[in-house]
Design a protein around this ligand. Structure first.
Ligand code: GUN
Ligand code: FE
Length: 457
């Protein structure tokens, strides 16, 4: 397939490439074979005569191809709670809303509905890769992996582990052995349905330090090491949580050190939130090359705080964005792009303008940054020869001659007037766009979502 028309992607943290007329050739395995710039369709075959029979997917005047978004942290199991957080903070939010909902997903028909809906929602917002938390239940967590594989969304799927009495008796691992055995069972299942790990990968998931004993954390660190899997957990999200960790782990020098001493702080570890890290903790994360999932909507909703992302980037940390549903209220990484930019402005109001993230930087975190967080930076996040084609077709709303007419709203919230530069289209999409602008989505060259506005030619 040759994808023809405008394409836009990050080429560095601060720079987008905006190509008004390009051609991206993708083979039947979904691998990008060529990228041509400033070219007419007829001339593509001058260099690539053997692509004469390729299918052509064109994006027209006000649209462009953009890499698929990477959601580096979200809880599929909390989707049905979206919007419910009231005035809680982390620990009261967990007991009020989260444990009861997650526990109810032992019911497989209910899990089927919730997981199918959430995968539909994230795909329709352009998310082509997602790092998911399931629940402690192996069958429903495995079902989530089945759904991602069938629907074609790249995913890391984790069976959640927790064995302390912070979680209620009805929703808790009964022993360290149970936590590791069930985690291993889920790892084995996910590897059995996708042996090459082309779409779905297992990820070891200790919920967060207060949910697990030192023995449990150590056993899960060993499991991840033996099985060579990724690891995901939460760190330093909320002040009350940090105090709790200090009282539960008196021998550790910090929250991050709990993960360090239990073998969980590795280059394949995704740490969500990291709102209140100390300078020593930032240095430790850097030393281990662990990754950060920034979840700004959640951090504001449950009043955790403003993570200093500009500072993390300056310190050389690898950062991506996460929706953290249902701490976060939106399945959209585009929303997190805006929220990351807003949060950086609140940090700037208390420090200096140097703390602000630019639109370009936030889009980098949503794509290339996220890809690096989940270990897929060579495969996805941009349009480069050798990468796989994970992309979204973006269309802004057409303005019909004569002004506003019926139907305009169905075409999305962003009007285009025909005089915008490529850069202005991006700004309009980021600040005024939503899922109505994402008219088609591909993973490895497979069409995984489309709306009524998608046309091939
Ligand atoms: N810390 C432990 N569990 C959770 C969770 O489900 N969501 C968030 N945001 N933080 C957590
Ligand atoms: Fe979370």
């Amino acid at each position: 397939t040759i994808y023809f028309g405008a394409f836009i992607h990050s080429i560095s943290l601060s720079e987008l490439e905006i190509c008004d007329k390009g051609a991206i050739g993708v083979d039947s395995n979904g691998v990008i074979k060529f990228v041509q710039r400033d070219i007419e369709l007829a001339r593509v075959y001058d260099e690539h005569a053997d692509w004469k029979d390729a299918e052509i997917v064109k994006v027209g005047g006000n649209g462009f191809f953009f890499p698929g978004f990477i959601d580096t942290h979200t809880h599929a199991s909390q989707h049905a709670n979206t919007g419910l957080f009231g005035k809680t903070t982390l620990l009261s939010w967990l007991s009020t809303y989260t444990y009861p909902m997650e526990s109810s997903l032992s019911d497989l028909p209910k899990a089927t509905t919730v997981y199918n809906n959430f995968v539909s929602r994230t795909l329709s917002h352009g998310t082509t890769t997602c790092a998911y938390y399931g629940t402690i239940h192996v069958p429903s967590t495995n079902l989530l992996a089945d759904i991602c594989l069938a629907r074609g969304q790249r995913a890391l799927v984790g069976r959640v582990c927790m064995n302390t009495d912070l979680s209620p008796e009805y929703y808790r691992d009964v022993s360290v052995e149970a936590a590791t055995k069930d985690s291993k069972a889920s790892i084995d299942y996910i590897r059995s349905i996708d042996p090459q790990g082309e779409i779905v990968l297992p990820i070891v998931t200790p919920r967060f330090a207060p949910s697990c004993t030192t023995e449990c954390l150590t056993a899960l660190g060993a499991l991840a090491h033996e099985e060579k899997t990724h690891i995901q957990t939460h760190v330093s999200e909320n002040k009350g949580e940090i105090d709790l960790v200090a009282s539960m782990f008196p021998d550790s020098s910090s929250y991050t050190d709990v993960y360090e001493t239990t073998g969980l702080l590795t280059s394949k570890t995704i740490l969500a939130h990291a709102v209140h890290l100390t300078a020593d903790e930032i240095a430790l994360v850097k030393k281990r090359d662990a990754k950060i999932a920034h979840c700004p909507a959640s951090n504001t909703a449950i009043t955790s705080g403003c993570a200093p992302i500009r500072h993390f980037l300056d310190a050389g940390l690898t950062v991506g964005l996460g929706t953290d549903v249902s701490g976060g209220f939106s399945p959209s990484i585009l929303e997190e792009v805006r929220q990351a930019i807003w949060t950086s402005r609140f940090v700037a109001m208390n420090t200096s303008d140097a703390s602000k993230l630019s639109t370009e930087e936030a889009l980098y975190l949503a794509t290339r940054g996220g890809a690096a967080v989940v270990g897929l930076e060579k495969k996805v996040g941009g349009f480069e020869v050798g990468m796989e084609f994970d992309a979204q077709m973006i269309k802004l709303g057409d303005v019909k001659q004569g002004g506003d007419q019926e139907g305009v709203f169905e075409e999305g919230p962003v009007d285009i007037f025909g005089f915008e530069s490529g850069d202005e289209k991006v700004q309009k999409w980021v600040y005024a766009g939503d899922d109505r602008n994402t008219v088609a989505v591909w993973v490895r060259g497979r069409l995984v979502h489309k709306t009524g506005r998608f046309t091939i030619a």
